[in-house]
Design a protein around this ligand. Structure first.
Ligand SMILES: Nc1ncnc2c1ncn2[C@@H]1O[C@H](COP(=O)(O)OP(=O)(O)OP(=O)(O)O)[C@@H](O)[C@H]1O
Ligand SMILES: [Mg+2]
Length: 465
């Protein structure tokens, strides 16, 4: 199909001239000498490219650009002007113009600009199509990402969702494991049935057991009524076992049996109850290794890990930091804060994000709250993120800082002390974890802090259990 170019200028000669050249080059041309008429043409005819004068009575080219883009966001716009100053060109491009031509353009200049604009539109539409295929049909709109690493995840989630296989979602803290688990459910044949999350790390063994399997009246002190467990609640739906690596061994055995036999016995009960659940589990630990260490039952490992979805850490998703930052700005800026200084985006991109998407979300929320005007500036970022010292602490592969590295960074004593404390903290945690064979609950107990805090700290220093 021939591409259609809409030419707009208040001087009829100019319109004629352009139209003639473009027709010769094989394009169809629509013309207007009035910007309002031009806008009507954009709406009615849907041209592929808009070539417009900048200075026109009634509505200038920039205004026309904005309003035309409201109608068709993928419309490339080339501006023509008699006053070709660099400055206005830059502003125009920043405001969304695709290109900029002086009115004394050469034939080639015009033809090339139009050709490039049309190619750009094609790419844009192609991207949009892909995006819509990924999101529209699948309801993934709340999982953002356009990096190659996330494209692979989307593809896998799509395939995994339509099967009934049990899925293990792996990834560092804050990478979106729960989001993916919910997307799997929402896109599965079980979507109309319940999605039931269980946090295996939050409860002591006995409580977790009765949460999961339910109990009969009188099964233990306080069991005044019988109660269905979450596994029964999830019948015909999806059971989400979060932090599955933290499930105590005796419970692992019971869970395995229930999954194998598709039946369970409530605590204190005698009869068997039928259950049909699909299990999606999540962990930030290496479950294979936990099996080797004897902390996780091998048969259960194979049972829950039929398909494994590994979420990449944020620092390995090129391009996604900007995309996510803007999405969170929209959410937390409440129409008041609308933009980032480029320096802010650069700082965000340079940072290693040990806490991944959740950390980025928190940083943007905080920055929006602190921003004085309608833009986020570097001053609204936490210090560790903008200061040079950051590289010592947050280098993705360097894991925890070392004493010599702190000295080398040439920091003032007060800051150096802070870093040294972190060095100490990191090696303390690593030692303790090793002593307890990677068992986080045991190590946390020995440290006298709760599991969640311990988890947070080892994620911060990227210590692996
Ligand atoms: N790709 C993404 N797009 C948009 N928001 C995201 C994305 N990934 C994560 N988030 C947001 O980041 C936060 C953390 O995500 P989620 O709870 O799924 O992570 P997690 O991997 O389960 O973390 P943890 O291991 O700490 O439980 C949530 O608020 C979630 O909505
Ligand atoms: Mg989670």
């Amino acid at each position: 199909m021939t591409s259609r170019v809409l030419v707009v200028d208040d001087e009829p000669d100019m319109v004629e001239n352009c139209a003639r050249i473009l027709k010769k080059a094989g394009y169809q041309c629509l013309t207007a000498t009035d910007p309002h008429a031009a806008l009507a043409l954009v709406e009615a005819e849907r041209p592929d490219l808009l070539l417009t004068d900048l200075k026109m009575p009634g509505m200038d080219g920039m205004e026309l650009l904005r309003r035309a883009r409201d109608v068709d966001p993928a419309l490339p716009v080339i501006l023509l002007t008699a006053f070709a100053t660099i400055e206005s060109a830059v502003t125009a491009i920043k405001d969304g113009a695709f290109d900029y031509l002086p009115k004394n353009f050469s034939l080639d200049q015009l033809r090339m600009a139009v050709e490039r604009g049309l190619r750009q539109r094609e790419l844009e539409l192609e991207n949009r199509n892909l995006r819509e295929q990924l999101q529209g049909t699948l309801g993934f709109e709340n999982i953002l990402g356009r990096s190659a690493a996330m494209a692979r995840v989307f593809e896998l989630v799509r395939k995994a969702a339509r099967s009934d296989a049990n899925i293990l979602v792996r990834g560092e803290s804050g990478t979106g494991k729960e989001l993916v688990a919910r997307a799997v459910h929402a896109n599965s044949p079980r979507a109309a049935q319940p999605f039931v999350p269980v946090d295996c790390a939050s409860l002591p063994e006995q409580l977790l057991e009765s949460e999961l399997f339910g109990h009969e009246k009188g099964a233990f002190t306080g069991a005044v009524k019988s109660k269905r467990g979450l596994m029964e609640v999830a019948d015909r739906g999806t059971l989400f076992l979060d932090e599955i690596a933290e499930m105590p061994l005796p419970l692992q055995v019971k869970l395995l049996r229930a999954l194998q036999e598709r039946q369970l016995r409530r605590v204190g009960g005698t009869s068997l109850v039928d259950v049909d659940v699909r299990v999606v589990s999540a962990t930030n630990r290496d479950l294979r290794e936990a099996v080797t260490r004897g902390q996780f039952r091998e048969e259960l490992y194979y049972r829950v890990n039929v398909i494994e979805i590994q979420l990449p850490p944020l620092r390995e998703r090129a391009g996604d930091v900007r995309l996510l930052a803007h999405a969170f700005l929209k959410r937390y800026g409440h129409e008041r804060v609308r933009a980032f200084d480029e320096a802010v985006l650069e700082a965000l991109e340079a940072y290693a994000w040990p806490g991944n998407v959740r950390e980025l979300q928190n940083v943007v929320e905080r920055a929006c709250a602190l921003a004085d005007r309608d833009r986020v500036t570097r001053a609204d970022l936490p210090e560790y993120l903008v200061r040079g010292g950051r590289t010592v602490l947050a280098a993705p592969t360097a894991a925890a800082p070392t004493a010599p590295a702190v000295a080398e960074a040439g920091l003032p004593l007060k800051e150096a002390k802070e870093k040294w404390m972190q060095v100490l903290e990191a090696s303390y945690l690593r030692e303790l974890l090793e002593q307890h064979g990677g068992n986080i609950s045991a190590a946390a107990k020995a440290a006298g802090i709760d599991r969640k805090t311990f988890h947070r700290l080892i994620n911060k220093y990227q210590i692996r259990g």
